[in-house]
Ligand binder design. Sequence first.
Ligand SMILES: Cc1cc2nc3c(=O)[nH]c(=O)nc-3n(C[C@H](O)[C@H](O)[C@H](O)COP(=O)(O)OP(=O)(O)OC[C@H]3O[C@@H](n4cnc5c(N)ncnc54)[C@H](O)[C@@H]3O)c2cc1C
Length: 504
Amino acid sequence: MSNMQNKTDVILIGAGVMSATLGSLLKEVQPDWEIKVFEKLASAGEESSNEWNNAGTGHAALCELNYTSLKADGTMDISKAVKVNEQFQLSRQYWSYLVKQNLISNPQDFIMPIPHISFVEGKENVTFLKKRMEALSANPLFKGMEYSEDPKKLKEWMPLMMEGRTSKEPIAATKIDSGTDVNFGALTRMLFDHLEKNNVEVHYEHSVENLKRASDGSWELKIRNAKTGQVEYHHAKFVFIGGGGGSLPLLQKTGIPESKNIGGFPVSGLFLVCNNPEVVEKHHAKVYGKAKVGAPPMSVPHLDTRYINNKKTLLFGPFAGFSPKFLKTGSNLDLIGSVKPYNVMTMLSAGFKEMALTKYLIQQVLLSNENRIDELREFIPNAKSEDWEIVVAGQRVQVIKDTEAGGKGTLQFGTEVVSASDGSIAALLGASPGASTAVHVMLEVFEKCFPEQMFEWKEKIQEMIPSYGISLVENPALFDELFASTEETLFLSEGKGQKALSFH
Ligand SMILES: Cc1cc2nc3c(=O)[nH]c(=O)nc-3n(C[C@H](O)[C@H](O)[C@H](O)COP(=O)(O)OP(=O)(O)OC[C@H]3O[C@@H](n4cnc5c(N)ncnc54)[C@H](O)[C@@H]3O)c2cc1C
């Protein structure tokens, strides 16, 4: 039974960083719209956006080697790196705007400066890194990147990783100091606090079970209140499915043509976390290595200094794994339940195509803790197993779809906004580069779903995010200006963020 009194302008499903970003952007451009949020868990940012469920890297392609690749002619393709970096600048600018307007405060509680390092071993990888350095150092977005093969220099940059290193293989690294560690959980909670103070109704422990189009073109949502067990019906003119891994099943329920021929493949993650403060103190960087053969790009091993709950910590991973759940708090039936007559061929084709990934995941699942410590020793030769324990990270549901370039059942590693042709509903699928590019992705939702309003909103968007619609790589002076001002507002200049922290 529908209760038409539960009618609103916008419903956001899920209280992760994506809904938080979309809700806060909408509040700025259209403050009079009524927004409701329904989240199945008891608080905001508990799934992938939680600080322990992701790696907290402000992805700007400063150290992630998978964003650059060698072309057939032997030159380095940096187009993806440039794109990701430009997208991260949009997030920096928007977060700075929120801080300047006092809509959120204490930026050091969610973003901290930390050098980003790429580290490789072996002749071929060293050549790759050198070429990457040459290509990036000529680009204004990557100013300040340094390269070294000198063990003495590398020891200065990453003493913990050089201690006890006996291998005769050539090694090299690049370092750039303008990297960041982002606590996306803290950011999500800050944004939800701001939304609740601005009349956004956030209903926790409310799970969206079904969506269907009403006769007036709006969407009717069937929602179960987990506390009372009761079912409620809510209508909205616009719905954003920001359910993280839970988005695909909800998108399928809409029945929109755009939801067909899409599948999802969950990849789970584990991190090793260091519990020895002396070891933690010896490392100060996010160090990304090169992916192993067959490994998906998001499983590149990295050793990360993190700032979580005002405490410096050290994480290594992620180790990939397989679980049929689409959310950490999901069900073992998620994967099988997402296979429908209209996407079964897409799913099966992906299964045949992705043998290397399957093999890699099986190997990862079979790893013992001692095997994981052995992998850690490729980064920290003297690592002791008693200093490290396992934490279970979030689930990433990779999109599988039919593409012109890849054919039937192609596994996608990016994020994907899927929307109805009339713009009344949009869902976000995929998880990489993820939370770092939330602002860019939510602006894509604006462009796809609110083309008419965009004429009116554009001025406000450019006030908040000055490089929106402008290429920074082609406007290096603007990049310098915005980089300096966001660095100032977000306390990102060397030492400032640390000083602002209340601990130590
Ligand atoms: C191991 C790992 C490492 C990562 N590392 C990084 C990184 O270093 N940098 C980076 O930028 N990104 C990283 N990411 C990606 C990033 O975490 C995600 O892109 C981002 O958190 C997704 O946010 P979201 O709001 O879409 O989803 P989530 O944070 O998962 O939020 C979705 C919310 O929807 C709720 N929900 C689901 N279904 C329903 C329903 N039916 N009804 C009501 N509520 C529902 C869930 O409970 C959840 O709270 C990583 C992810 C993983 C898993």
